[in-house]
Every structure is written in structure tokens, then in C-alpha cells.
Design a protein around this ligand. Sequence first.
Ligand SMILES: [Zn+2]
Length: 210
Amino acid sequence: MSEILPKEVFYCGVCTFPPEYCEFGLSFKRCKQWLQENNEALFDSIYSDEALANATSTLSVEKQAKISKELEKKQAKEEAKLERELQMKLASKVIIKRIERNKRKHVIEISGLEVFNIDMKKLAKTFASKFATGASVTKNAEKKDEIVVQGDVSDEAKAYIEKLLEEKGLNEVQVVQEDDKKGKKKAALAAAAAALSATGGVPPPAQKTR
Ligand SMILES: [Zn+2]
């Protein structure tokens, strides 16, 4: 028996298969590019003209041509899909809305994260411990998940989300901060209504916390 040498197995960083199998996957174009950038020796051993000429196949040439044509079509479709997804991501933005509950209390609502494959529950947990506050995932009016964080932490949350997006190579995505004036307006209207009823001789309703 021959000695078994520990062999370092090299996997494709795109499709995770051994690079010899990349051509059968749908990400072949990106696989090939990745390999050239990350392991040129292996790239040459698979894709150099010489290597390609030596590659033998048990399939008939005709059959092989048909298969590779079908695969090419699928691969092109996959490329187009990924490109569309990327464009959609780049065109999306994250909105951090800062809402004033009263003079001292704020909450922030973070929406628009769902496009970017960010685990929102995990992120809410991170914010809760990072800012020592309450944070949760709730559905907004459009039935989409958003993260609600107690406290005036809009700037900190923005910095953190920008870092997350950058890690995903999406640093072009905008993270927009907004101030919600609606909460304030509502409070002002309530105050005005209370004042009006006060002048009408009706005692203003006692403020109760729900
Ligand atoms: Zn691959």
C-alpha cells in the first residue's frame, strides 16, 4: 500500500466545489474569474489551451456540444439573474427613521434591509446589546419587516449598517436618516385639542399612559 499523503483540498470560493467541477455549475464565469485571481497555477492546469486540449471525454463530441450549449444558456440566465439582483440591491436604500415619542424619548425604525439578506432578528439582538436598549423586529404598514430600536441611536445604527453593507461589497447602498415629524405633529394636535377643550370650559382629559 502506498503512503497516503495529506492532500490539501482546494475549493472554489464561488460555488464551493473542487475547481474541476466549476464548469458544470451555474456560476462558471465567476468561478473561472475567481480561480484566476486566487490560484493561478490551478487555473492554468485546468483552463490553459494545453490542458483543455488534453482533456478527454467519454461523451461523444456531438453530445458534449449539446450539453455545453444547454449549460451555457443556464449559466447566462444565472448571470443575468445575479446582475438583476445586484442592481436591485444597489438601487435600494435603507431608511432609518427617528421618531420622537416625547421630549426625551425616541425610537428608531430601520426599514429596507430585507433586500440585502441581512438577518434582522440577529441584527436587532446586536443592537439591543450594543446600545443596552430594547430592539425588536416588527412588520410595518407595508407588511415588511423592520427593526425598531428604543433610544436616539440613529447615527450609531447607520454606522453599523454601513459597515455590514460594506462587508457584502455593497458600499454604494445609501443609508438614509429621516426625522419623523408625524409623531410631533400628532402630539401638537393633541395639545391643541386639549387647549381648545380647556377654553370651552371642559376640563382637559387627564393624561394617562396606556
Ligand atoms: Zn466554482
